[in-house]
Design a binder for this molecule. Structure first.
Ligand code: PMP
Length: 441
């Protein structure tokens, strides 16, 4: 295959895709969203081919998961080699090399956290769920604090922490008691909002004693809630509050971790260290794996109290070790390409006022769309944009109320960013016409 990518040219969904979509719609759960009719056949780097031979540029990476790009040869080889040895033995009960190596490798990041121990899971949700149990066990306290707009997964514990979308919680109560939700930092703010002050002076004084709070769960960069980068003071204030009252600070880095921001973990950008860090998504290039990485003094589970049949499966561990090797070599690319991406988006913003805000770190970039006159979320516009971009060969995904997340595989280069910006610019021109949101001449 040529390394100079020709323009994407597509006419989806074709007949092969349509047949699979029909079968899927007939038999798969109606809870799935499936934003647009992409039926993937195979991928290479940041490119995706569907079952009719259409080619798409991928700027959503399977929801910020395909960190090394699609079918990275080093990762594929590692999985194949591991599969040829054994598929399963159960890391809760037995020893194997890749499990031990991966725990050691993950414990080596963020040296400022001090010595660590690692628990391997199958998903981000399970990492969250385990951390909830660990926090309650370690502190012997019952309350937890989470943030409005936060997303932590789909299990009962996780949806009790969530507050990004009503549908994820509304039908399933009663949820876990003892969860307190407070506002996250706002997208535009370097403001004086101090969540610690809110908790200490208002909430805690009137509702709960800080000495009864086990943990604060926070995404150091808000993901599903809209790709919001908080000011450093926001996380520093939380750290101070936790230190003062013996509360555990838990960073959910399921989306922001493993190189996505140009550092291995977003925590490094802020210089604020958590007591427990949760990882998943990009950690194994899409193989199901998550991790609870905790300070050694905090990982105090009694023997046999928490485990997992598949968590840290040998194929996933092999994929993760190869992924970490690749991602460590991509951090410089993530920073440079991310900068290029934000510059390009700002140039588009100057021509399309509906693109109200461009923000992010590395290749975790959000573009928020607000109606220019009312500053209300332009959610219909964003829905149309996802569909139109797809028709033009670009895979995008929204988050928050009206934000497009730009979260491509970390192997993406400036050339692909330019292709993406050109397609996006074409889409914005079409949609500005349709929605009458053109810049005033
Ligand atoms: N935490 C965060 C911050 C997430 O973004 C997600 C997934 N979007 C999860 C947890 C849940 O991860 P999983 O889907 O792997 O269970």
């Amino acid at each position: 295959m040529s390394t100079i990518y020709p323009e994407v040219k597509v006419a989806p969904p074709g007949p092969n895709a349509q047949a699979i979509i029909d079968l899927d719609r007939r038999y798969s759960s109606p809870s799935y969203i499936k934003e647009y009719p992409l039926v993937m056949d195979h991928g290479e780097g940041p490119w995706v081919y569907d079952v009719d031979g259409n080619r798409f540029l991928d700027f959503m990476a399977g929801i910020a998961v395909a960190s090394t790009g699609h079918a990275h040869p080093q990762v594929v080889r590692a999985i194949q080699e591991a599969a040829g040895r054994f598929l399963h033995i159960c890391g809760t009960d037995f020893y194997y090399d890749s499990f031990a190596q991966l725990c050691a490798r993950l414990a080596s990041y963020l040296p400022e956290m001090g010595p660590k121990k690692v628990f391997l899971t199958n998903s981000g949700t399970e990492a969250v769920e385990g951390a909830l149990k660990l926090a309650r066990h370690h502190t012997r306290r019952q309350y937890v604090v989470a943030f409005k707009g936060g997303f932590h997964g789909r299990s009962y514990g996780a949806i009790s922490l969530n507050s990004s979308k009503v549908a994820q919680r509304a039908f399933f109560g009663p949820l876990l008691p003892g969860v307190i939700h407070i506002p996250y930092a706002s997208a535009s703010s370097e403001t004086a909002y101090n969540p610690a002050r809110l908790l200490e002076q208002d909430w805690f004084v009137s509702h709960v004693d800080p000495r009864e709070v086990a943990a604060i769960f926070v995404e150091p960069i808000l993901g599903e809630g809209g790709y919001i980068v908080p000011p450093t003071s926001f996380l520093q204030n939380l750290r101070e509050l936790c230190d003062k009252h013996g509360i555990l600070l838990i960073f959910d880095e399921v989306q922001s971790g493993i190189g996505r921001t140009g550092k291995m973990f977003a925590a490094e950008h802020f210089g604020v260290m958590p007591d427990i860090l949760l990882s998943a998504k990009g950690i194994a290039s899409g193989m199901p794996l998550g991790a609870i990485i905790a300070r050694e003094r905090v990982m105090t589970w009694p023997r046999g109290s928490h485990g997992s049949t598949y968590g840290g499966n040998p194929l996933c561990c092999a994929a993760a070790l190869a992924t970490l090797d690749v991602v460590e070599g991509l951090l410089e690319n993530v920073r440079a390409t991310g900068e290029h991406l934000q510059q390009g988006l700002r140039a588009l913003q100057a021509r399309h006022p509906i693109l109200a805000d461009v923000r992010g770190v590395g290749l975790m970039v959000g573009g928020e769309f607000l109606h220019p006159k009312t500053q209300e979320p332009a959610s219909t516009y964003v829905g149309d944009l996802e569909q139109l971009a797809f028709q033009k060969g670009l895979l995008l995904l929204s988050c928050g109320k009206s934000t497009i997340r730009f979260a491509p595989p970390l192997v993406v280069g400036k050339h692909e960013v330019d292709v993406m910006l050109r397609i996006l610019g074409e889409c914005l021109s079409v949609l500005d016409e349709k929605h009458q949101t053109r810049a005033e001449a």
